[in-house]
Design a protein around this ligand. Structure first.
Ligand code: UD1
Ligand code: MG
Length: 465
């Protein structure tokens, strides 16, 4: 049986440079907390134990981090990374390999982590390092004349010569539990920060003749930590760029790969075209040849092939079928279902309604709690009055119904196939198939309502000439 793998995620620090009332690790990157990113990647390694060390804002971190597989470990005082890992050790068997991750280093790739975990053995540690042109702030990797790692020195404890070293500790490392259980309780805090440094285990391993296998990430951003909001924004951009590259690799054209934000998962067919500043959240599926206009927001929705979503539309929890045209400035709310080749135009809001195939709701309308047949035409300014202040009511429109402009449909109400309403009607009784319903007061024209002016008399005279 393979040695069990236990992952310890350090997330007890406050992150004071974020200047936030939220603990740092629950700040969001691409719509998910930093800690969530780390946990997702960690789970990919199928660990036998997942331990998260929390301290600052512990309750908030727990509440906002789902996962029954997590063993929460409280570190009451933040006495250093060595102390933090030590708190998790009682829950880890002697025989395990332990991989230490940071809750504020969100974007390490699964491959990088697998490489790091793979080298951990009873007699070998794994260390993830990176070479930085500006190593300021990091622990530096010390090597002997043969190039073997001998230890790590923290920035604040380093000599001027050691500060010149560009190879730094990412903080991520792996070690056998058995050794950590012996080493960590014996660490000293006799250093510049009066902390128990996890990094001291490297020198201990070297002294005891264990191997230290160094690996590096493919991209430096993978090991970039988040300490302030500027770094968070930088990582967000890098991550978004990676996602843009993936979309393009999958056959989508992006007007500008730097101007798209994906906060979830997007699946695209072939020849999808996405204009600038689209935001996609949750699970979004776009069929072949879908065209997404500028500024469109898509959240948890399925968009069929050949659909066009024009500028500044918002689609949330909805389904749009093949060939439909949405927007500009349309809003599809949860449980909107737009049928094939249907049209939902500008300033139209659709909620919990199905719009039949080939139907049109082109301008300035609200359609809620409605079942609509095919080839229905909804005139501009039509409103379904679905709410009486207490309950929601349903509107049913048969095939081929024609709703005149500015009609109020007072639900519950049913209009039969090919029925028609006159513009400006308030419809509160059912209408049978092929009937015309006109429900508005008749127009009366009252002559000479307004007194004549001299101008009126002049123009009358001219007319007589
Ligand atoms: C640490 C490393 C340093 C490395 C750097 C990379 C040590 C001694 N130093 O330094 O070599 O270059 O990370 O970013 O390990 N944490 C706790 N409890 C604690 C202290 C820290 O949970 O008591 C957590 C923090 O929340 C953070 C992580 O551990 O997620 C790292 O702590 P931090 O204080 O940022 O360590 P650095 O001084 O940056
Ligand atoms: Mg740090």
């Amino acid at each position: 049986m393979a040695t069990p793998l236990h992952i310890v995620v350090l997330a007890a620090g406050q992150g004071s440079r974020m200047k936030s009332s939220l603990p740092k690790v629950i700040h969001a990157l691409a719509g998910r907390s930093l800690l969530n990113h780390v946990l997702t990647t960690a789970r990919g390694l199928q660990p036998d134990g997942l331990h998260v060390v929390i301290g600052h804002g512990a309750d908030q971190v727990r509440e906002q981090t789902p996962g029954s597989d997590i063993q929460w470990v409280i570190q009451r005082e933040q006495l250093g990374t060595g102390h933090a890992v030590a708190q998790a050790l009682p829950g880890i068997p002697e025989t395990a390999r332990v991989l230490v991750l940071y809750g504020d280093v969100p974007l390490t790739s699964p491959e990088t982590l697998s490489r790091l975990a793979a080298v951990i053995a009873r007699d070998c540690l794994g260390l993830l390092t990176v070479n930085l042109s500006d190593p300021a702030g990091y622990g530096r990797i010390l090597r002997d004349s043969r190039g073997d790692v001998t230890g790590i020195v923290e920035q604040k404890d380093a000599t001027p010569e050691q500060l010149q070293i560009s190879e730094v500790n990412t903080g991520l490392l792996g070690a056998p539990a058995e050794k950590l259980k012996r080493w960590l309780p014996a660490l000293s805090s006799n250093n510049a920060q009066a902390e128990y440094y996890l990094t001291d285990v490297i020198a201990l391993a070297r002294t005891e003749g264990l191997g230290i296998q160094v690996s590096q990430p493919d991209e430096p951003e993978e090991v970039q930590g988040v300490n302030n909001r500027a770094q968070l924004a930088q990582l967000e951009r890098w991550f978004q760029h990676q996602q843009a590259l993936m979309l393009m690799a999958g056959g989508a054209s992006l007007a500008d790969p730097a101007r798209i934000d994906i906060r979830g998962r997007v699946e695209t067919g072939h020849d999808v075209v996405i204009d600038v500043n689209a935001v996609m959240e949750g699970e979004v599926v776009l069929g072949d040849r879908v065209h997404i206009g500028p500024g469109v927001v898509l959240r948890d929705c399925r968009v069929g092939s050949d659909v066009r979503v024009d500028a500044y539309s918002l689609i949330e929890g909805a389904r749009v079928d093949q060939g439909a045209v949405i927007g500009p400035f349309a809003r599809l709310r949860p449980d909107a279902l737009v049928g094939r080749n249907a049209r939902v135009g500008n300033f139209v809001e659709i909620k919990k309604s199905s719009i039949g195939a080939e139907s049109k709701v082109n301008h300035l309308s609200y359609v809620g709690d409605t079942t609509m047949g095919e080839a229905v035409n909804i005139g501009a300014g039509t409103i379904t009055c679905n709410y009486d202040g207490t309950s929601k009511h349903h509107t049913t429109l048969g095939h081929g119904v024609f709703i005149g402009s500015n009609t109020s449909l007072v639900a519950p109400v049913t209009l039969g196939a090919r029925s028609v309403t006159g513009a400006g009607s308030t419809i509160n009784r059912n209408v049978a198939d092929r009937e015309l319903a006109v429900a508005r007061s008749r127009q009366r024209n009252i002559p000479d309502w307004v007194a004549e002016t001299d101008d009126d008399q002049d123009s009358k005279k001219k007319g007589e000439d």
